[in-house]
Design a binder for this molecule. Sequence first.
Ligand code: SF4
Length: 127
Amino acid sequence: MAVRSIVKIDEELCNGCGLCVTPCAEGAIELVDGKAKVVKDELCDGAGFCLAVCPTGALTIEQRDAAAFDEEAAAERVAEKLAAAVAIQQRCFNCGRSEMDAVLFPCRKSGESTWVCVKCLPELIHG
Ligand code: SF4
């Protein structure tokens, strides 16, 4: 542990909008019970790219005793978040391909809004 720059989140000012989560390239910020939190000190590099997006001024940089930034842990965290995002993304209703595997188009089927991939679209059109 050593004194270094790290993001500080004022819970009173945080409205839980979540705008700071995506700009954090290290995946250090998450919403927990409706408030932004630095999930682990070692994931925050203190660069402060998140500060500019906060509409309430809840984010600042402070100097305090904290675990050193761990680039490897941050890379693992980002990979986990990417995998989770891929898992919940839109998929073709017919074959299950995700937008990582094929171009998807929005469509309506049986009264529902859904997605169809380029490979399944002809079958949908021509039967
Ligand atoms: S951008 Fe600001 S107000 Fe929104 S969740 Fe993050 S800290 Fe809270």
